[in-house]
Ligand binder design. Sequence first.
Ligand code: PLZ
Length: 453
Amino acid sequence: MSLQNIAREITIDQTRHLETSIPGPKSTQRHAEREQHVTAGFGVTLPVFVEAADGGIIQDIDGNRLIDFASGIAVTSLGASNKRVAQRVAAQIEKFSHTCFMVTEYDSFTKVCKWLNEHTPGDFDKRTGLFSTGAEAVENAIKIARSATGRPNVLVFDEAYHGRSLLTMAMTAKENPYQLNFGPMPREVVRAASANPLRPVYGGSTPAEITEKSLASVRDTLATHGADTFAAMVIEPIQGEGGFIVPAPGFLTGLREIADEHGIVLVIDEIQAGLGRTGKLYASEWEGVAGDITLSAKALANGVPLSAVTGRAELMNAVHSGGLGGTYAGNPVACEAALAVFEQLDQSVLDNAAKIEQTVREVLEPLLEETNIVAQVRGRGAMLAIELADKGTLEPRPDLARSIALACHAQGVIILTCGTYGNVIRLLPPLIIGEELLRDGLQVLAGAIKDAA
Ligand code: PLZ
């Protein structure tokens, strides 16, 4: 029963508390300093400087306690100062902080790979490679798929997010801010329709029809370029930055079939949705689909940078020796953090993700009827979102998403927006957040939505 043990070890008061306005005077001063030294290329959701964080609370330098509905974008699932992670990390740094796995080896790297081979979807022989960031995992999956197939092209989808590096920003659908002024983009990246149940690009009035039409258009797109020119197709099981879009049922299964038909490597990007976020260890389990390659990052080491590419042994071993790596790839400190995550990520934590969904739906779903601006409440487990759009026309309302987010921030609740139109409010609380704190934050959010309506 990890959940209770983790909760017992939290030392920060798990209540919202406002000592000053948000951001407070100290944060405001630090933010001005930051602007003198930090590139303007980094944005910020809420210019508040953090003193400490754990459970569902972020405590700032002005003494405010904010409710954390972001988890650093789905990273600190077990709490931002999880004790077991802290202990294993500290003990490792005492012994050695780094050797580079390509220079001399350490066993924690192997152990993390073994766990991932055993726990990612797919009942086949697997191998894993460890890296540092999500974008690096995506890039390496493409390198592996190309090496194994000898083909150049990569199929990605509408609303996709895969990173900010030169290849992955091209794979990401949204142009501003991710691609703007950063071109040229590699021409081997080809985009196809996703199966967005609320806004189906290729039409369809039932989920089954949406899936059928989207899959037909995927086949067309492949045919246009020659299906046998594709090394990989890459999809998120729930699209994250694109708006927490759960694909219409059967879409992922359909992609699995198309990939098999044409010898294309199916890469499932579980970087945001994986490691328990949706109430299952991997979100693709909801559809009973296994990628040939599954990507993990974010919550994998609870905030210490670590990412992983796990896939069929024959694919992963198709790469020549020395073809994969990186100075920090699978750093020993990060591997220890991941092992601490694996020790704690048990059924009680997954069950709490499911309970979070219940509570969120109970509070937010009535707004579908009570207001004329909530178009959908969607997602799975502790990965939930509300899409703001005018009732009837479905005209996206990013203005409302922004003002609702600001109203929440002012009251000490950290929430993020997302979506192609920026009109989606998403909730990513730590998986271990307590019920009372969750309800307090949701009441603030529901109040802000009603005010905006
Ligand atoms: N794949 C599905 O969600 C990262 C991006 C934040 P990195 N998402 C948060 C931002 O604006 O930079 C993400 C993801 C999915 C890949 C990535 C990339 O992971 O660790 O940010 O490189």
